[in-house]
Ligand binder design. Structure first.
Ligand code: ADP
Length: 471
């Protein structure tokens, strides 16, 4: 079966978050179970500068707006890259510190349009698998330009909060007929909504956890698309993301000081000592280390962490934050670190190697998310023996079970309500367990969990089979 993934980021080439992890690793695991999967990405500056051995396949052009726009296609093994320098040869992928690139509407419409064209030039497919708003126009273009073709299009929603909403003036600029600007298609409160178009025109929708699949049909989590999504509920499935244990494994991770596994987890604390020394902080390695690695946006609950930071600094514990995001959160959390230099460390960069050291060094991993489609941080943390403290929402609810002392079951600490007091109470409960028998139990249960791609890749395989009636 021939599958094309079309995505705006994928590891190892380019990543800003979970979408990059999934679009890079899932195809590999699908190949391992016999599918023929290729990936299409924009050729960003970061990829050009990455010295990948790209082979140029051809150049062509396409009508875009009112003119012909050239593009070239490059390839490295199973990945095709679309080159159009005026769109993709920029410092960042989506935005500068000042905000989103103002022509993201054109950049990702063009990418979706050319990716579709490329797939047909390459002989078509059984399934085209698009991801998030950036490629959500692909099924719309297919409906316009190839209405009778057999390919099934799946759209995976990794985060419904990002929809690609632009002024109506966009429509003629991206070669979509005016007739698609109506409430049954792309129109959304007088503007154009790429994700809405994708939801309506794809054959099947998936999202990245079963709980999130339910949540996005509610007003609370539906971001005004709950009605449109509910209409498609018979063609909607939540499939939990996996992680790649060859890539995220404390036994083999080359970037951490001491490798360890389930049987040698006592050695983990050497990583904490080394990291705290490396960062030249006043934090004592005798205290439990609570980590947060993630985007500094309200979705991730960073506002609550800021709210409790002073209280936290009075506990016998240290907090380390690695995250980039909204300036106001970066500044506020940095200010807390300045006030409590012996308890709080804040690093506002995107640094994967550092993130690995933090997963390996930390005793607890904090995810107080407002909503969380799947979440990868908690899955990595489990593997690295860092006990997750999470709010029960979306994928966090599906992957982390609260620990019960009586039964000694559960792989983390969970709480219900998104408020600072509940968060603080669960941190205090977690700290009470540390470093005793209960902590050791939770950590051991977590490290044994299997959130590899194996079972999720099989779920995608059965979905592809069901949609295409092919083996
Ligand atoms: P999202 O996709 O919403 O950002 P996920 O939990 O699904 O959140 O995935 C986040 C991924 O990005 C994880 O692999 C996490 O380790 C990584 N990550 C987030 N922020 C940083 C950072 N500042 N430096 C390094 N890695 C980061």
């Amino acid at each position: 079966m021939k599958i094309y993934f079309v995505a705006s980021e994928a590891v190892p080439f380019v990543k800003t978050g979970g979408l990059g992890d999934v679009s890079g690793t899932l195809p590999m695991h699908l190949r391992n179970i016999g599918l023929d999967v290729d990936l299409v990405l924009p050729l960003y500056k970061q990829i050009k500068e990455g010295n990948y051995p790209l082979e140029k396949l051809f150049s062509s052009e396409i009508i875009f707006g009112d003119h012909l726009l050239p593009y070239s296609v490059h390839r490295q093994e199973n990945t095709f890259f679309i080159e159009q320098d005026s769109f993709y040869n920029r410092e960042e992928i989506y935005n500068t510190p000042g905000g989103d690139y103002p022509d993201n509407n054109l950049r990702f419409a063009f990418f979706s349009r050319v990716a579709l064209e490329l797939i047909y030039k390459l002989g078509g497919a059984d399934v085209i698998h698009a991801h998030d708003w950036q490629t959500a126009l692909l099924p719309v273009y297919k409906n316009i330009y190839y209405p009778n073709s057999q390919e099934k299009v799946i759209l995976t929603i990794h985060n419904l909060a990002y929809q690609g909403i632009y002024d109506a003036i966009t429509i003629p600029m991206i070669n979509i007929p005016d007739s698609y600007f109506n409430i049954e298609a792309l129109e959304f409160y007088g503007r154009v909504n790429y994700l809405k178009g994708g939801i309506i025109f794809s054959d099947f929708l998936t999202t990245v956890s079963p709980t999130y699949a339910k949540e996005i049909q509610t007003e609370q989590h539906g971001f005004a698309l709950e009605g449109v999504i509910s209409k498609k509920r018979k063609n909607l499935q939540g499939i939990i993301n996996g992680i790649d244990y060859d890539y995220w494994n404390p036994e083999t991770d080359p970037h951490i000081t001491i490798n360890y596994g389930e049987d040698s987890v006592f050695q983990k604390k050497e990583n904490k000592k080394k990291l705290l020394a490396e960062l030249k902080t006043g934090c004592s390695s005798d205290y439990p280390l609570i980590a947060f690695v993630g985007r500094l946006v309200s979705q991730k609950g960073i506002d609550l962490i800021i709210e409790i930071a002073d209280q936290l600094a009075n506990l016998p514990a240290n907090l380390i934050i690695l995250g980039k995001g909204e300036k106001k959160y970066e500044e506020e959390i940095k200010a807390r670190a300045l006030s409590h230099p012996n308890n709080i460390i804040v690093l506002t960069t995107f640094d994967e190697i550092l993130s690995r050291k933090i997963y390996a060094a930390s005793d607890f991993f904090l995810m107080p998310s407002q909503f969380e489609p799947c979440g990868l941080g908690q899955l990595i943390a489990l593997k690295y023996g860092s006990v997750p403290i999470v709010r029960k929402t979306g994928g966090l609810k599906d992957t982390i079970q609260d620990y019960h002392e009586k039964t000694a079951c559960g792989n983390g600490i969970t709480y219900e309500k998104q408020d600072a007091e509940e968060l603080m109470d669960s941190i205090k409960r977690a700290l009470l367990y540390f470093p005793g028998e209960n902590y050791i139990n939770i950590q051991a249960i977590g490290m044994k969990c299997d959130y590899s791609w194996t079972s999720s890749a099989r779920e995608y395989l059965s979905l592809y089979r069901q949609l295409t009636n092919k083996e």
